[in-house]
Design a binder for this molecule. Structure first.
Ligand code: FES
Length: 106
């Protein structure tokens, strides 16, 4: 089972903020939306745009390159030109730290 990786202290990810982390060579973005944390691989499935640089519209992140939308809770595509879901990661708070885990390979 993949280990949990620390991203930052929870105090550094207030509501409305986002943080990027490297998890075993994979760029990950964690969003705090309404006090809930959601993590996605920081790669747009259309053409590799960084989702961390995208605007949020509710629970949807808008890729800054060509405007594809993804649900940050699931990675599901909500608008083209992307057609494949972004990869969600598990996220938790442990001892005051935000941690993520890539469960795709478990
Ligand atoms: S790279 Fe994200 S919409 Fe094209």
């Amino acid at each position: 089972m993949a280990p949990w990786t620390r991203v930052c202290p929870l105090s550094e990810l207030p509501e409305g903020a986002r943080r990027v982390a490297d998890v075993d060579g994979v760029a990950v973005v964690v969003f705090n939306i309404g006090g809930r944390l959601h993590a996605l691989e920081d790669v747009c499935t259309h053409d590799g745009g960084d989702l961390a640089g995208g605007e949020l519209d509710g629970y949807e992140v808008i890729c800054p390159r060509h405007g594809a939308r993804f649900d940050v809770r699931t990675g599901a595509v909500k608008a083209p030109p992307a057609y494949e879901a972004a990869a969600p990661l598990a996220v938790r708070v442990a001892q005051g730290w935000v941690e993520v885990r890539d469960e795709r390979w478990d």
